[in-house]
Design a protein around this ligand. Structure first.
Ligand SMILES: Nc1nc2c(ncn2[C@@H]2O[C@H](COP(=O)(O)OP(=O)(O)OP(=O)(O)O)[C@@H](O)[C@H]2O)c(=O)[nH]1
Ligand SMILES: [Mg+2]
Length: 259
């Protein structure tokens, strides 16, 4: 008997949400891997339904990390800046392909003086979200350093990275186009999936977190299937012949990789 209330209706994911830009995506497939769908249908997802996947959100001060989480989790937006001191966290429960799946979203402080407290919470992340402000080039240029710090505590082969530009609402289309070019290039260099959004208007916020949840879920199920040795004839051919995986070439070299 479950003690948890049912998952909210607006947290149910039945289709794979698409990437924001095909130039910088973790993959560009239009659907969940077939063996993932099959495993979910046949309830062969092992421990995935009981797992909580850790997500850390990092980036410069005042780029909008807290607002991003609050827009998604509470549908709220505060225009006054209140610095995060150390860390905060929120839990979000989803149902992906009929299987319960939870994200634990760790909102970390961008201010230098709180960084050492925040960094003690980086360990064990499955997803790293690096946030910058699309109106602040310096915040974009610091993203590689944020990633480096996050990766000191994590195993790069098991982490999915997202680069997220916030405050799109206050950027003119011309200004935005300029920074997007650089952001996509950095995303490609660090093998991150790129998104741009606005927590003020809510543009792309739900789509983004649905994508994060779906890709984390898919990776967990694939890892579970790998572990249990549940392979189906044809799966190997399907993976190898898939040209949609933009970062496949480098990922293939990694042992135990399940993407
Ligand atoms: N116009 C606009 N303002 C935003 C947006 N997101 C955040 N802000 C504003 O930016 C300021 C900083 O937002 P926070 O979410 O507190 O920033 P943070 O990254 O959590 O900052 P630290 O906790 O210090 O690391 C606040 O005044 C927000 O109202 C956005 O999408 N659009
Ligand atoms: Mg904050």
């Amino acid at each position: 008997m479950s003690v948890l209330p049912p998952v909210r209706k607006d947290r149910i994911i039945a289709e794979l949400p698409q990437c924001f830009s095909t130039d910088a995506a973790l993959h560009t497939k239009t659907d969940f891997a077939k063996k993932v769908r099959t495993a979910c249908q046949e309830q062969r997802t092992g421990t995935v339904g009981f797992k909580i996947s850790k997500v850390i959100v990092v980036g410069d001060l005042a780029v909008g990390k807290t607002c991003l989480i609050n827009r998604f989790c509470k549908d709220a937006f505060d225009k006054n800046y209140k610095a995060t001191i150390g860390v905060d966290f929120e839990m979000e429960r989803f149902e992906v392909l009929g299987v319960p799946f939870s994200l634990q979203l760790w909102d970390t402080a961008g201010q230098e003086r709180f960084k050492c407290i925040a960094s003690t919470y980086y360990r064990g992340a499955q997803t790293v979200i690096i946030v910058f402000d699309v109106n602040d080039v310096a915040s974009l240029s610091h993203t590689k350093q944020w990633l480096e710090d996050a990766m000191k505590e994590n195993d790069p082969t098991n982490v999915q990275i997202f680069l997220v530009g916030t405050k799109k609402d206050i950027s003119s289309p011309a200004q935005y186009a300029l920074i997007e070019k650089d952001a996509i290039q950095i995303s490609q260099e660090i093998k991150a999936e790129y998104w741009a959004l606005s927590s003020l208007t809510g543009e792309n916020v739900k789509e983004f977190f649905f994508r994060v949840a779906s890709l984390a879920f898919e990776a967990n199920v694939l890892a579970e299937l790998e572990k249990s040795g549940t392979r189906q004839i044809g799966d190997v051919i399907r993976i190898n012949s898939n040209s949609n995986n933009l970062y496949a070439a480098s990922k293939k070299k990694q042992p135990n990789c399940c993407q």
